[in-house]
Design a binder for this molecule. Structure first.
Ligand SMILES: [Zn+2]
Length: 413
């Protein structure tokens, strides 16, 4: 008995279908022929129409139909140039197939879409393709460098680093443009040496350099000096994210030493309870549960210093949360430093030195409060990508992966 049949249009321009057949293995093979009567001479670049003959049959992967692996089969047409000496021939260029690829263009776009926020290995398994074939698609379809012509302005330039391998301190630097809540990747630098950053900054076209208003980075001379030298018109801002981390580290140090002390001084049961709930200290105050409030209160009774430091930390966070001018922020943070000094807690000593060292660049945050959730969002995305892609030591492919994860839905949807 024949099953019910459907016919669906083949979404490829300028071809006719000669035959379609289903193999015993359940593969759909569609034999087609190009109906385009011209191509461009590879030597002189003129349109040529003189048909010369066919190349050998090629079979390329196409979008699956009803779950059946589907292939297009065709013979590339060859044309002869009557202008050029020796009348060279050229194989016809087609919009739907790159002659270096075993796949149609649509199929490659489909695989790219699958690759967004996934891994090459994962997509290879699901699509029953080899790892190298998926990687080949990524390498063919996504450029390993930024296409400056796609950018009209940069706005805020961001420099962030990630350690590629667990426990290693070999950083790569991710350069981004942040504009209107959107982040786009501009480059992946092999290390965070000043000279490397300088070299990259010099590669930015002059017309785009002029559009950079702000540069955000961590407190690291390799970045800040490169920015000051190469982009002297740009306001340098230390990302709030890094400032926050620096003063949280202060509280963290105190937490560890206090915990050590309490281990000696309190009962085992009490200590266990405290230790198990320490992370409440790191939580956003607004998200604390009633139970966590109680634990903190218990902890603070045993360690008044920790309470003092915790309150000071929160005061500083409040200052950074306020929409205030640079001058107001300056006064408030100076007052905060006095409060730290008077309190007698020592855990912010390093942080206050950091504040002194980077004072103006940290205060620049209040000019237009550049750093916001979306930078942290992007950093989180990078962290996830890093975890997924341990072993991507090929920086060109790392660029491609970040580009695809970050912009894939916009590009391919
Ligand atoms: Zn020619």
């Amino acid at each position: 008995m024949t099953k019910p049949q459907v016919s669906i249009p083949l979404d490829i321009p300028d071809v006719q279908v000669l035959k379609s057949e289903m193999t015993k293995a359940g593969e759909l093979i569609i034999t087609i022929e190009s109906t385009k009567g011209t191509t461009v001479c590879q030597r002189c670049g003129k349109i040529i129409r003189k048909f010369h003959g066919y190349d050998d049959w090629v079979k390329i992967r196409y979008l699956s139909v009803f779950g059946h692996p589907t292939y297009l089969r065709y013979r590339p047409r060859r044309y002869r140039c009557e202008n050029c000496d020796g009348h060279p021939t050229t194989t016809q260029r087609l919009d739907w197939h790159d002659p270096n690829s075993p796949n149609s263009y649509d199929y490659e776009q489909h695989i790219l879409f699958q690759l967004i926020n996934s891994t090459v290995g994962d997509v290879a398994v699901k699509q029953k393709l080899s790892y190298d074939r998926v990687l080949g698609i990524l390498e063919r379809q996504i450029s390993d460098k930024v296409d400056w012509s796609r950018h009209t302005s940069i706005g805020t330039l961001g420099l962030d680093e990630i350690a590629l391998r667990k426990g290693h301190r070999d950083f790569v630097v991710i350069v981004t443009a942040r504009k209107n809540g959107c982040i786009s990747i501009l480059g992946v630098l092999p290390d965070r040496e000043k000279s490397t950053v300088v070299e990259f900054l010099r590669s930015i076209p002059e017309r785009l350099k002029k559009t950079i208003k702000t540069a955000c980075s961590d407190m690291y001379e390799g970045y800040t000096e490169a920015i000051r030298e190469e982009l002297s018109h740009v306001r340098l801002v230390i990302d709030r994210f890094h400032v926050t981390r620096a003063y949280r580290d202060g509280l963290d140090t105190l937490r560890k030493s206090e915990l050590k002390r309490l281990k000696k001084e309190s009962s085992e049961q009490e200590y266990k309870l405290l230790k198990g709930n320490m992370w409440a200290l790191r939580k956003d105050r607004r998200d604390l549960t009633v139970e966590e409030h109680k634990t903190l209160a218990r902890l603070f009774r045993l360690s008044p210093d920790l309470k003092t430091a915790y309150d000071l930390q929160n005061q500083l966070t409040d200052i950074f949360d306020e929409h205030i001018s640079v001058d107001t922020a300056k006064v408030k943070i100076e007052k905060w430093m006095v409060a730290v000094f008077k309190s007698g807690v020592k855990c912010f000593k390093d942080f206050i030195q950091t504040l002194d060292r980077w004072w103006d660049d940290i205060l620049n945050y209040f000019v237009d409060r550049q750093t916001s959730g979306f930078v942290e969002g992007f950093n989180n995305k990078l962290k996830v990508l890093k975890r997924r892609c341990y072993g991507i030591t090929n920086l060109a492919n790392l660029f491609r992966r970040i580009y695809l994860d970050n912009e894939g839905y916009r590009l391919l949807a």
